[in-house]
Design a protein around this ligand. Sequence first.
Ligand code: ADP
Length: 436
Amino acid sequence: MNNSGKNRRLDRKNRQAGGDIADLRRDAETRLQERTGSLTELSGRDKEELIHELGTYQIELEMQNEELRRTQEDLRDSRRRLADLFDFAPVGYFILDPKGIITSVNLTGASMLGWSGNDLPQKPFALFVARKDRDGLHLYLRETLRKRGRQVADLELLGKGNTPFHARLESIPVDDGAGRLEIRTSVIDITEQKKKELEITHLNSELRRANEDLLHYVFIISHDLQEPLRTITSFVQLLQRKYNDILDDKGKTFMRHIVESAGHMRMLLDDLLVYSSIEDSKPGRATVSLEKIVDNIRSSMAEKIKETGAVITTGSLPLVQGDETLFTGLLQNLISNSIKYRSASLPRIHVTAESRENKWIICVRDNGIGIDPQYAEQIFKIFQRLHLKNEYEGGTGIGLAICRKIVERYGGRIWVESSVQGAAFCFSLPKMDHYA
Ligand code: ADP
């Protein structure tokens, strides 16, 4: 084949690769004009070849046409599918201009507002926002445009017949391709969720009130029972003093049980009184030295410390914000437990403080009998004891519950860590000026 034939094929391939239909046509017309001038100079063989090539060219064009038609159909199909996805998505979808005018909306969005899709464009979105939330909407749209990022707001919208419903809006500003910004906003109806949240808040406040009532009730009972208990105790003591000699052994044992039980009951009432009064008191915010508190505990427990040979040491302890009486009660409960639940070794108690970001972690470590980790949660509940009353001297099962209440009152947490020897009771407290 001659060179002009090869070039024609090459040209055609290049056109197929890059050219569009208008270019193709323009090219073809120019070439036809060039050729008709020189057709007379072509040999018979060249002419046959040219006719064959034109035939092939025509078939190729028909095939391209067919392909184009199919592509257009596919495109129409995907457009239809996308439109369906857009219209029937489970969320309302609104496109707003920067002034908050609706430019496009899907069917879900339109029906949320009780309108048909065609009637909404060109209406201000604010028309469908409850009056009380309109300023909020304007602020929200302004912020979305200013921050150029995704924003979320909960607003009350007006649905069919102006019925208000709670909605969560999520908006993002997007360039519309022509240099203008549009705000694409999805809307979901959160009325049910809001209703549940309100129910939970309501139930919580009822629960809190019931709890407060209960604590108040416990406070009154434990307070009122103290008076008759005092009378019982003093009369029993009187009986013991005056008539012990005429009692036989059985009578003496009975009397001892009565005295012990009255003592235990007084301890219970005292602890219950403390437990039930913690909630009432406003948490104090005085500057309190933990170092000084431990010193005072050492003095007030001097007798017990001497009797048991306990040694109480401290690391460097900080100043914290709180109520000195409550913090004294907290540390005294932990330290006296460390002495009470001692092992065969002499009790060694070490109080430390560790700084962790905005809080202090205070630990009271001992070398006592330790605690099985499976009871680590249980022991902080009221009346939960791991030992019988007579196994270890006087206990009510309220001490650690009091400790937990005090720590939680100040936004902290209390837990126990058990080691091979002994236990460590640790609690967190916010540092000064870091209370919520
Ligand atoms: P209790 O009046 O019985 O001491 P608490 O609430 O203070 O009540 O403690 C609950 C239980 O936790 C105790 O009965 C005891 O079994 C266990 N416990 C508390 N402190 C310690 C400790 N330092 N070492 C081992 N066990 C402890």
